[in-house]
Write a protein that binds this ligand. Structure first.
Ligand code: PEP
Ligand code: MN
Length: 247
């Protein structure tokens, strides 16, 4: 592990250009265990940036070979999975908008059967632990052993400073359902703003969570998705140094 304490996952919300991705990786690969890289983005609006798609997969494959570091992406359909496997990717996550849909989860779980890969399941957008747990159980039922959960906060209609409500207390309950599943905190999607990443990441450490997934971009102000919450590579390196772990 990059810091011997927690699994660190970092990279852009979305891969936009080869040069952009290479630049980010070059600056952060020393400090992270896994690179995150969205190529298919399940955006709320059809006019928002949908991701580079299949075109970006060889760039990810190249980075894996060059830096000997795994690159993880979100998959939402069995077609995504099929394509990603062709480019030797083997770490995937299911997004918050996919976890809510048992049909999609079931299809993916069946497609994954017998394939050697690691899968992370993000919590559903709504604060429904049974839905989160049910998605995990669908994958378990299809023989997948290498599963982690990602805590990315929950949609709320109440006024908050964060984009998504962390509801830390729900994680305690989640742990009783799945004591065997490591939990990764995604402070970027909880925060919605790069200024709050540190405080949320620190809280995740205090809560004994097993890792952090952080969005990092070479030029966040110009990012094509989630620009308010992405750290630039310098601030990412600073953040890691600032985090305090219990001794
Ligand atoms: C993402 O990781 O970029 C993403 C879209 O996250 P979520 O599914 O948590 O909204
Ligand atoms: Mn994002």
């Amino acid at each position: 592990m990059a810091n011997n304490k927690q699994l660190i996952i970092a990279g852009p919300c979305a891969v936009e250009k080869k040069e952009q991705f290479d630049k980010i990786v070059q600056d952060i690969y020393h400090d992270t265990d896994v690179i995150r890289a969205g190529v298919w983005k399940g955006r709320t609006s059809p006019i928002d940036y949908p991701g580079i798609g299949e075109k970006g997969l060889p760039w990810l494959q190249e980075v894996q070979k060059k830096y000997k570091i795994p690159v993880a992406i979100e998959i939402g359909t069995t077609k995504h999975l099929e394509l990603a496997l062709q480019y030797e990717l083997s770490v995937f996550w299911i997004g918050a908008r996919t976890t809510v849909n048992p049909f999609s989860v079931q299809e993916l779980a069946e497609a994954i059967k017998g394939v050697d890969l690691e899968l992370w399941v993000k919590n559903p957008i709504v604060a429904d632990l049974k839905l989160w747990s049910g998605a995990i159980n669908r994958f378990k039922k299809n023989g997948l052993r290498n599963i982690k959960a990602i805590h990315r906060g929950f949609h709320t209609e109440h006024e908050t400073i964060y984009r998504n409500n962390p509801r830390w207390e729900l994680l305690e309950k989640f742990k009783t359902y799945h004591p065997d599943i490591p939990i990764i905190c995604d402070p970027s999607h909880i925060a919605g703003n790069y200024r709050y990443i540190y405080q949320i990441a620190q809280k995740a450490i205090e809560k004994n969570l097993n890792g952090l997934m952080i969005e990092v971009h070479n030029n966040p102000e110009k990012a094509l998705s989630d620009k308010n919450q992405q750290l630039n590579t310098k601030n990412f390196n600073k953040l890691l140094k600032k985090l305090k772990y219990p001794t």
